[in-house]
Design a protein around this ligand. Structure first.
Ligand SMILES: [Zn+2]
Length: 275
């Protein structure tokens, strides 16, 4: 299994892809910050509509990314992303929600699932963890936004749970990816946040929290690992989880990073679509 950036396709863009998703069943990709139309802090492929970039530039960027993946940009389904744990099942009727403006995005939601074909789900990230899940047997997909709040609220587990409940998926059939996000190298948190993770995941503490080598009382938090372990804890096979282990803050020339860019930055997208 692997994650790699591939250059090319119709849009001549860099696209991050995981080998875990069967290409004949799913279209997927993670964008970078290169090859778009936005200027300044959003230079240049900003896909987020809620960050005070120009709506037209973001639409052009989304169109370019969708063209590279050969999906229809006006069908994109997006959600408001409020660092919550709400998972919403979407259907053809939701096509285009939030595609070309933020106001119509699905409200107060941080994960989307569907079994609808040709209905691209896309969520947006700058350091938070993109989680994509697919069931090649039942032909169901899900995309989730795992910042620290979503992660500590079990968003990965809840997304898998919704796929099981709504569509009868079996976790042992599922494949999943944990995308580029801020790594433990760059993600220090205070004891209050660390304590919430200890409480939510007592059995994971050693793997997700380490005392900061530089700052007393701070901890390095590993969101990649916490989301991988959540997926395993509900029955996904370890070998079916592909983790990029790419830190967006270390690599803020390639990706947008909220921390490394000091809050003024764009958003990459993670898109998953059932063929
Ligand atoms: Zn880093």
């Amino acid at each position: 299994m692997s994650f790699s950036l591939k250059y090319g396709g119709k849009g001549n863009l860099w696209i991050g892809q995981f080998s875990v998703f069967p290409e004949d069943l799913f279209i997927h990709g993670v964008s970078t910050r290169h090859g778009g139309f936005s200027k300044g802090d959003f230079d240049s492929l900003n896909l987020g509509m809620h960050v005070n970039d120009g709506v037209l530039e973001v639409w052009e960027n989304r169109s370019a990314f969708c063209e590279a993946l050969e999906v229809e940009p006006s069908d994109l389904v997006t959600c408001e992303q409020v660092h919550g744990d709400n998972v919403v099942k979407v259907t053809r009727e939701d096509a285009g929600k939030g595609a070309c403006n933020y106001e119509t995005a699905i409200k107060e939601t941080d994960a989307l699932i569907t079994n609808e074909r040709n209905l691209p789900l896309m969520l947006f990230f700058a350091d938070c963890t993109p989680i994509m899940i697919a069931d090649p047997v039942k032909k169901v997909i899900g995309v989730a936004h795992g910042g620290w709040k979503g992660t500590v609220s079990y968003i990965a587990i809840k997304t898998v749970g919704a796929m099981i409940r709504e569509y009868g998926c079996k976790p042992e059939d599922m494949v999943a990816s944990v995308g580029p996000a801020i790594g433990p190298c760059c993600y220090e948190v205070g004891d209050e946040v660390a304590e919430q993770f200890r409480k939510s995941f007592p059995e994971m503490e050693k793997e997700i929290l380490a005392p900061s080598p530089e700052h007393k009382g701070k901890f390095q938090l590993n969101l990649w690992r916490c989301n991988e372990l959540q997926l395993q804890s509900v029955g996904l096979k370890k070998e079916n989880i592909d983790s990029a282990e790419v830190c967006t803050a270390c690599n803020n020339k390639q990706f947008f990073s909220y921390r490394a860019d000091k809050g003024k930055t764009g958003r990459i997208g993670a898109l998953l679509c059932l063929r």
